[in-house]
Design a binder for this molecule. Structure first.
Ligand code: BTN
Length: 281
């Protein structure tokens, strides 16, 4: 992964989804570090087939092509890496940032950013290519979002204005520039890839690289305030609707970046996919 992230940027006015745009263009997927950013996504996608809602001029929605040269089962850690990079940038603007497994960034427990990681195989490449999609709510008020999201989401601008009773201050507007935040995110993603350099778990490469993975997992756990947190984990929507998840305490992450939960009976369960919700107590 020698090329810098953002070495080439494709800027689009409006598109269905920047992840879908890349998925449909295999030639672009050959370029590690290429970024596609759209001013507006009209069909943004989230994890588990959910929607990612954009408000015109108020979000940063972009996707990055990465060639980590890792098998698909070791790719999950890049969602955690993206979360750490976003949190580091957000720290310049707001407080009370928390990461939530696997792909959410929260501010004051409201979602401000989602990450969608997709892998795709292209001819002549032995490892899958990664499309890392990031959607960050930068500007505007929560009332700009559909009613069902207003209690769930937040924006940087809204959080900055919370000091003033959540009324947006017009003088804030010139301070927050989507382009500046975008450039900060690209730089931070690039340094995180360099710093953590998640090589394959099984590779014989030297200790320095393996310790990159360990420091990433540690930073993620800290930023998620995860250890000891009481959660319920659902493997899929069906389990969720039946309320039949696994209840326990988070005790760590596997080397791949999966959540480890200790149940009341003392068993350690590895949560690979699906939703995690916080439990009281
Ligand atoms: C989620 O919250 O589940 C993930 C949301 C990811 C949204 C970003 S925006 C850029 C990229 N294009 C998409 O369609 N989705 C991701």
């Amino acid at each position: 992964m020698s090329e810098k992230i953002g070495n080439q940027i494709i800027r689009l006015k409006e598109i269905d989804s920047t992840n879908s745009y890349l998925k449909a263009r295999k030639n672009l997927l050959r370029r590690h570090g290429l970024v596609v950013i759209a001013e507006m996504q009209n069909s943004g996608r989230g994890r588990a087939g959910r929607k990612f809602t954009s408000v015109i001029g108020s979000n940063l929605t972009f996707s990055v092509v990465l060639h980590p040269n890792l098998p698909v089962q070791e790719i999950q850690i890049f969602t955690l890496l993206a979360g750490v990079a976003v949190a580091r940038v957000l720290e310049n603007y707001v407080n009370n940032i928390r990461l939530k497994w696997p792909n959410d960034v929260l501010v004051n427990e409201k979602k401000i950013c989602g990450i969608l990681l997709e892998t795709i195989t292209i001819p002549d490449k032995s490892f899958p290519v990664l499309i890392m999609g990031i959607g960050l709510n930068t500007k505007g008020h929560i009332n700009d979002y559909p009613g069902e999201l207003q209690n769930i989401v937040t924006t940087i601008e809204y959080e900055l204005s919370s000091i003033s009773n959540k009324t947006l201050k017009t003088q804030m507007a010139p301070v927050l520039k989507n382009e500046k935040i975008f450039q900060q995110l690209l730089l931070e993603l690039d340094s995180c890839v360099e710093e953590f350099n998640p090589v394959s778990i099984n590779s014989k490469i030297n200790e320095k690289y393996h310790s990159g993975r360990t420091s990433l997992l540690q930073e993620w756990l800290l930023r998620a305030n995860a250890l000891g947190r009481n959660v319920c984990s659902f493997y899929n929507e069906a389990e969720r609707s039946k309320d039949s998840g696994i209840i326990g305490k988070i005790v760590g992450l596997t080397r791949e970046g999966y959540l480890q939960i200790r149940t009341d009976s003392g068993q350690i369960q590895t949560h690979v996919s699906g939703d995690i919700i916080d439990m009281k107590g």
